[in-house]
Design a protein around this ligand. Structure first.
Ligand code: ATP
Length: 754
């Protein structure tokens, strides 16, 4: 501060009654307050833009409407992010993650960044004083002084331009550093306890985590780093410039009310006019974001379903849809551009020209009315040029500072708007981290609990708290004791299931679609919680799940077989590529090594391999990992029956206990027990005698064929009777029987039929 005052004192300028400093201080303080008020009113709109922009992208993930509705209604209830205590608390929490201590690289970067910002401010003051001296030398027609000043000017340009560039460089580095820390922290939580699955399946607070993990974190980091320099620098500029001018004014004991009055009136009037005439940009931009999101969704649908659309020849319908989405977006953007045309004109007129005119008036008044007395008592007006040189120099210096200050105010005003946007991103990033933490610790929130369904199956009363237990089993078996199968929505699929899965006893699981077969696997794998009852399982029980549509990872052919192991895991197991060859041999897939160019070849395996090949690759993983229990979810439905049989036999020979969901009778013989769901919440387990079951099934098929033949014969008989005009006693009996059946049907049955 004293350095600044000393710097100011060096300026031997008499502005007479100049009150530039005071004017400037008032201008800054009032301007900021006024603009803050205007912006505060726009906060809701700005934050809404951020929120709705994020929401608009939701469509890309293809999440269900119900999820989106739940979330948007939740947002309505929640406070709209704004520059308030909640925002500051959330910001501090996140800043502790991005700058965990002063002994980090990021903190050092911040220190260097701040030092650079301070240097830039002092350089601006120096450049302003140099500017005024250049003008003075021109007015005095002093060529020597002018040349010297120009040399100084060019010399100062080197550090000034470097510092400007350095500020941008450091801002980007700080943003990147923040983003990296935040991303690592978020990934840590996201991959803890299968949060990546549970956050979208068990919980619906986050509409789409990918948007938060990518876009929101990036925007938050950039905004924080940007605001740090864009708020720090103008504040420093305003402080230094104000102190410089005020020091001069106070030293001269001069003060006038006129300039602050002009400033007050001008800024107040600007605020009122802009507020009255501003279009509702928040709403307009939010609609634009939503249309943008829908266009992206329409594109991603075409990419995801390209093959199906191509087979159907649906390009005309899809093209029309895309064109419609695009045209809707263009229409909205066009509307915004048109509204902006007039608003920006008005804004520029007021803030550039009216404010400049007022600033120039404020600078000019004291100079024009100055009595021109120097510190040593001499008067400028006694100079040979009548004091013109000194007045020009004073004017130039004050004007330069005023321009710097005005720039700073403008930047601060735009920063205040950006702070409201930052509040939106801060809230989203904070919510994301909080939800990740909750979900990783088994705390889920989901709004759409279907109470009817719970009642209809009648065994769960009250809320869906997780009250079940997972206990260690000592005999290596997996056992369910009164465990219900409840979906994340709260639908009770099976009210209570009790079953033992003993090593060596291969269990076949059957039942109609949606009866809870795969859900049982979800509970066994820990994806869905045990809401009630007990799940016994060995501590280090190894289970391996193979789905119907196997997941192909990014990487080489080797990675496909060993997934989710890495190559170092494979080495640690003592396995080589020859062992992998043997594994592929079991699933009759060795040929693809040569076909695809060796174990190291990389491809988009999802597209390169056929449906059956992908399923066989899925089974190859089973023989690589050799788990205790294999959870097989219709994972060989596209594999030929002979290859499938040899795969199952090999798995049994390797002492892998099979828990198989299948509709294929050819697999019955590989299992010893069957768990049969009836689709109404009921189930039973029994010993599986494959040959007896196959003969029962054959009999059922035979009877079906016979009964179909009877119906056909009856139809034919009716036709013949009609042609002959005769009646048949047999048909009369059938019709009578049918009438009696209809009569004896209870009203309840009729309702049920309806
Ligand atoms: N993530 C989820 N959120 C809400 N409900 C779900 C979820 N996953 C499954 N369900 C519901 O749980 C019920 C049982 O589904 P499950 O996948 O276990 O059926 P399934 O018996 O394996 O059927 P299919 O033979 O068709 O594969 C279904 O009604 C389904 O809609």
């Amino acid at each position: 501060m004293s350095a600044i005052l000393r710097f100011a004192q060096k300026k031997n300028i008499n502005l007479g009654k100049a009150t530039g400093g005071v004017v400037f201080a008032v201008l800054c303080a009032y301007g900021i307050k006024r603009s803050y008020k205007i912006l505060k009113q726009k906060q809701k709109e700005s934050a809404f833009i951020v929120a709705s922009h994020a929401d608009s992208d939701t469509a890309n993930t293809g999440n269900s409407n119900s999820n989106t509705n739940v979330n948007s209604s939740k947002r309505e209830k929640k406070n709209v992010p704004a520059f308030d205590k909640v925002f500051l608390r959330q910001l501090v929490k996140i800043l502790k993650i991005v700058v965990p201590s002063v002994w980090t690289k990021d903190f050092l970067l911040l220190v260097i960044h701040t030092t650079t910002l301070v240097s830039r401010t002092f350089l601006s003051i120096y450049v302003a004083s140099l500017d005024s001296k250049i003008v003075r030398s021109i007015v005095r027609r002093d060529a020597k002084a002018f040349t010297l000043m120009m040399m100084k000017w060019l010399l100062v340009a080197i550090p000034a331009t470097f510092i400007n560039s350095l500020i941008r460089f450091l801002e980007s580095k700080v943003a990147l550093g923040f983003r990296t820390r935040l991303v690592h922290h978020a990934y840590e939580l996201y991959f803890k306890n299968q949060t990546y699955y549970k956050v979208s399946n068990m919980d619906n607070r986050l509409v789409n985590a990918d948007q938060c993990l990518t876009e929101d974190i990036t925007m938050f980091s950039q905004q924080v780093a940007h605001l740090y320099s864009h708020v720090t620098k103008p504040i420093l500029d305003i402080a230094v410039v104000t102190i410089t001018l005020t020091a001069m004014t106070i030293r001269k004991g001069a003060f006038s009310w006129k300039p602050p009055l002009i400033a007050t009136v001008v800024i107040y009037a600007t605020g009122r006019i802009l507020r009255a005439l501003s279009p509702k940009f928040g709403k307009l931009v939010s609609e634009e974001a939503s249309r943008k999101g829908y266009l992206r969704y329409a594109h991603s649908r075409v990419i995801a379903n390209a093959e199906e659309i191509a087979f159907y020849g649906g390009h005309k319908v899809e093209k029309n849809l895309l064109s419609k989405c695009y045209n809707d977006l263009v229409e909205q953007m066009d509307l915004i551009y048109r509204k902006r045309l007039w608003y920006i004109m008005l804004e520029q007129f007021l803030m550039k020209y009216v404010w400049s005119a007022s600033g120039l008036t404020m600078v000019a008044i004291p100079i024009i009315t100055a009595d021109g007395i120097r510190r040593d008592g001499t008067k400028y007006t006694d100079d040979p040029d009548g004091g013109v040189t000194e007045r020009t120099k004073a004017y130039t210096f004050a004007k330069s500072l005023l321009i710097n200050g005005a720039d700073a105010i403008e930047r601060l005003m735009s920063s205040l708007k950006e702070i409201t946007e930052l509040a939106g991103y801060t809230s989203r990033v904070h919510d994301m981290l909080e939800v990740f933490e909750h979900v990783a610790n088994g705390r889920y929130e989901r709004n759409s609990v279907t109470v009817n369904s719970i009642k209809s199956k009648g065994s769960i009363n009250g809320s869906l708290d997780i009250k079940g237990e997972i206990v260690e089993s000592v005999d290596g078996s997996i056992k369910l004791e009164d465990v219900p199968i409840i979906t994340p929505n709260g639908d009770v699929v099976v009210a209570s299931l009790s079953i033992d899965m003993i090593p060596g006893q291969h269990l076949l699981i059957t039942g109609p679609n949606g009866c809870g077969k795969s859900s049982l696997f979800r509970i066994l794998s820990g994806l869905w919680p045990v809401y009630r009852g007990k799940l016994h399982r060995p501590l280090n029980c190894s289970t391996f799940y193979i789905p119907q549509r196997p997941y192909m990872s990014v990487g080489s052919l080797r990675h496909q077989v060993i997934y989710p192991d890495t190559e170092s895991d494979m080495a640690a197991r003592g396995l080589t590529d020859d062992d992998l060859d043997a594994v592929l041999g079991v699933v009759h897939l060795q040929h693809i090594v040569a076909r695809e160019g060796g174990w190291d070849s990389c491809s988009d395996w999802k597209d390169v391999l056929s449906g059956g090949e992908k399923q066989r690759m899925g089974m190859a993983r089973l023989f690589y990992h050799k788990p205790q229990f294999a959870l097989l979810d219709e994972c060989t439905s596209a594999v030929s029956i002979d290859v499938e049989a040899s795969i199952y036999q090999t798995a049994k020979d390797m002492d892998i206990t099979l828990l198989t969901i299948t509709h294929r009778p050819s697999l019955w013989r590989f299992h010893t027990r069957v768990l049969q769901f009836d689709g109404e919440g009921g189930w039973h387990v029994e010993r599986l005698d494959a040959s007896a079951r196959i003969s029962l099934r054959d009999e059922a098929r035979r009877l079906e064929t016979q009964l179909a033949g009877v119906a056909r014969d009856e139809r034919r008989l009716r036709e013949i009777c009609r042609v002959l005009g005769e009646e048949s006693a047999m048909l009369r009996n059938i019709d009578r029987q049918h009438d009696e059946d209809c009569h004896t049907a209870t009203p309840d049955d009729a309702d049920a039929d309806d």
